[in-house]
Write a new protein. Structure first.
Ligand SMILES: O=C(O)CCC(=O)C(=O)O
Length: 317
């Protein structure tokens, strides 16, 4: 007899003093506690959201990145900067095809992110391993190999770095950790059902180091080479403190993400187009909605660590 059948038998008493077997009662108490906990987390997110500085222009569209739009982003006057014509769309599709033909695609090792195909390594997957040989030894060779593969087309990551370096007075350079250059230019492919759940990105936690500790936040840099139905990017004007993030995580499985049902609705939803370059503050919560249908949503992504207005942007994936 299962717990439900036993419970149904016991409720034939017409009194409130129903006798529940211990496990059922225990579960009901746990459920009630979880409801209270969730209500308090929801209230904390809502209060943080209400207190957040008003974003005057949620999305800034540019046809050339400039200093003003980058400053608006880091100062929190906007949630995202979108440069639609960053790569000519037919070139973007050619680049996607060339990249997808490589035999080196794998998947994230992180639980729950394994629906996303990746080519290259991500710093956050080094975990506690500060040496992380696979990441650092392949960083420069793989960036150079992509450049050669795509030639004579411009390598998107080189174009991104050049655009940032031109606009940001102290410049934009590759992040060096312990004397080793980071990888810049993680390729990602989301196919049907592929999604990134509600999360933010914090290098200071993913890879503890004096340099990542100095970063106030990291800017997500994504070029979209091909797009598919679904796959919208949702952004929240919410940078939760670490303890709130941890309390709102999924308890098992997709523990990298926070539970979306605890959040207010997103402040901005962007449907990326092929050839665009989108920048946003990755310290704020964001999500990629599931891809629908047969298409492939292919991106090249990196982060730029922001450590102050007078500091260079430091790039890594
Ligand atoms: O692919 C995107 O639109 C954003 C992916 C993402 O979550 C990130 O860059 O942190």
């Amino acid at each position: 007899m299962n717990a439900t059948t036993r419970f149904q038998k016991n409720v034939t008493h017409d009194t409130d003093e129903t006798e529940f077997p211990d496990d059922t009662l225990g579960r009901r108490v746990e459920d009630a506690n979880a409801v209270t906990r969730d209500a308090s987390l929801r209230a904390r997110f809502a209060a943080l959201h209400a207190d957040a500085r008003t974003v005057r222009t949620p999305l800034i569209s540019v046809d050339q990145l400039d200093e003003k739009s980058l400053l608006d982003l880091v100062l929190g006057n906007t949630l995202a900067v979108e440069w639609n014509s960053f790569i000519f769309p037919s070139n973007a599709l050619q680049i996607a095809d060339k990249l997808l033909a490589a035999s080196t695609w794998g998947r994230y090792e992180t639980a729950g992110a394994d629906g996303i195909e990746i080519n290259g390594r991500a710093l956050f997957e080094c975990g506690g391993n500060r040496k992380c040989p696979d990441y650092f030894e392949k960083a420069l060779p793989s960036r150079r190999a992509v450049r050669r593969l795509l030639s004579p087309l411009t390598c998107p990551i080189d174009a991104m770095q050049a655009a940032l370096d031109e606009c940001w007075r102290p410049g934009a350079r590759v992040l060096t950790l312990n004397g080793q250059k980071c990888h810049v230019g993680l390729q990602r492919c989301f196919r049907e059902g592929g999604e990134a759940l509600h999360h933010n990105d914090r290098a200071r936690i993913d890879f503890a180091h004096a340099k990542t500790a100095c970063m106030q936040f990291q800017i997500a840099l994504n070029t979209y080479l091909s797009v598919a139905a679904g796959g919208e990017l949702e952004l929240w004007n919410l940078a939760p403190p670490d303890d709130l993030y941890d309390a709102a995580r999924y308890p098992t499985g997709t523990t990298y993400a926070v539970r979306g049902e605890l959040l207010p609705p997103p402040d901005l939803t962007i449907r990326p187009t092929a050839g665009s370059f989108i920048l946003f503050n990755a310290g704020k919560l964001h999500r990629v909605r599931p891809v629908l249908g047969d298409g492939a949503r292919v991106t090249v992504s990196a982060f730029a660590g922001f450590s102050g207005l007078d500091q260079p942007l430091e790039l890594f994936s």
